[in-house]
Design a protein around this ligand. Structure first.
Ligand code: ATP
Ligand code: MG
Length: 406
């Protein structure tokens, strides 16, 4: 286990400050959930998530004052977020009890004891608290043993029915940590999926979970497992196919080289392969533009890859590239060995500018001016003429175009 002393500086400073301010205000904060799990696993990049039975607002405000930061309050969740320059975000919550009045709906929340707060959680490994006063662990669900066994286990048999989004969380966490889903938990999960538990959950919440899966370091494995388990069927039917896993992995590898690409659009397009339509995106929050890019990837990819395969010159390739979205280009680079080099050249070509303006040509104005400059740009890019001849070349072309038009 990593000790608090071993944490990287910003987290350590945050915890030290919390302890100081808590002592002054006579509050008793616990580190809970993800960070305790991660410390027990020897990871040190932890979130600072705290829970208190009493005094969370006192601690949040006093802490914000001490660090000259800001406190935001989320009354419906009984939580506060403190942010300040040079510190990680600090989450401070009141220990709470939850009651699910209806499966799949958000629970009713009331203040509770630490133990209630731990036992309302998703998995035993996420239900451990560490007392910041003395480092003692509170572990009512025996999560530490499950961390040692490397298993994900729910705390009661109704867990996935109360909140089916925990199915996404279980698969995400198991993949990230290299844990297995304990057999009884796995059978509860299958029962919930087969019993259509997801039908009780708002689509928006499922999409949010899906996007979180796409943010994972090993997103392709998480997504492939979600599909194999039938967890995405409520969003867009069953789209499993033989090539899926390999294709997701190639996209993942491409994204590692091109992290600025739109991963949500790319992964969704690959998941939807075949016949996507706008109803498939209900609840996703995709803008029209991004939804169109997803549909293009899902529906047009076979046609595009075929035409790219038939292209013989840069001019032909570039014409195809110009007609598709940036995400389609990323997918092409992922799917076709050797295509990436051409696409890279195309991107450079698109960025390539001549220091030449219409006025520099000293010819009468009109559409021929822009055409001449574009042709010159292509000619300089291809090395047909040296850059210093760009102006005279463009002028010649413009004059010729003007004459042809007469
Ligand atoms: P991550 O490293 O992804 O942040 P995490 O376990 O901290 O993992 P969060 O989404 O930050 O996950 O949630 C914080 C804690 O809140 C979890 O550790 C878990 O105890 C609890 N939690 C989150 N979502 C649920 C849920 N759907 N049902 C029950 N408890 C949950
Ligand atoms: Mg967290």
């Amino acid at each position: 286990m990593k000790r608090l002393l071993d944490l990287p500086t910003p987290q350590r400073r945050a915890i030290d400050l919390v302890k100081e301010v808590a002592a002054e205000k006579d509050c008793h904060p616990y580190l809970v959930g993800g960070p305790v799990r991660d410390l027990l696993l020897g990871r040190s990049a932890i979130d600072v998530d705290l829970t208190l039975e009493d005094g969370s607002s006192t601690l949040a405000r006093a802490l914000a004052k001490r660090v000259e930061g800001r406190v935001r309050s989320f009354p419906q969740f009984l939580t506060y977020k403190v942010t300040a320059e040079g510190l990680p975000e600090i989450d401070i919550a009141t220990a709470r009890k939850e009651r699910y009045r209806r499966p799949g709906a958000l629970p009713a929340v009331t203040a509770g004891r630490l133990k209630d707060d731990l036992l309302r959680r998703d998995f035993s490994i996420n239900a451990i608290a560490m007392d910041l006063d003395n480092g003692a662990l509170h572990d009512p669900a025996d999560g530490e043993a499950d961390i040692e066994r490397r298993v994900i286990r729910v705390l009661h048999d109704r867990s996935f029915l109360d909140d089916p989004t925990r199915i996404f969380r279980a698969i995400r966490l198991a993949t990230r940590l290299g844990f297995t889903i304990e057999p009884h938990t796995a059978s509860l999960m299958r029962e919930a999926i087969e019993g259509s538990a997801f039908d009780t959950v708002a689509k928006e919440r499922l999409w949010r979970e899906l996007f979180l899966a796409m943010d994972e370091p090993d997103a392709p494995a998480v997504l492939a497992t979600l599909v194999a388990q039938g967890a995405l069927a409520p969003l867009f039917g069953n789209r499993e196919h033989e090539e899926l896993r390999a294709r997701l992995e190639r996209v993942g590898a491409q994204l590692a080289q091109q992290p600025e690409a739109d991963r949500y659009v790319l992964y969704t397009g690959v998941l939807l392969r075949g016949d996507a339509s706008p109803v498939d995106f209900e609840g996703s929050g995709f803008s029209q533009k991004r939804a169109r890019a997803v549909v293009e990837i899902a529906n047009e990819f076979p046609r595009v890859i075929e035409s790219v395969g038939a292209a013989e010159t840069d001019a032909e390739r570039f014409r195809i590239y110009r007609g598709v979205t940036a995400e389609m280009l990323t997918l092409l680079a992922a799917e076709r060995a050797g295509e990436g080099v051409h696409i890279e050249r195309f991107r450079e070509f698109e960025k390539f500018k001549l220091p030449l303006r219409g006025n520099d040509l000293e010819v009468p104005g009109g559409p021929h001016v822009a055409q001449a400059i574009e042709r010159t740009r292509v000619a300089v890019w291809n090395g047909e003429i040296p850059p210093e001849e760009a102006r005279s070349y463009a002028r010649k072309v413009a004059k010729r175009l003007l004459e042809d038009a007469r």
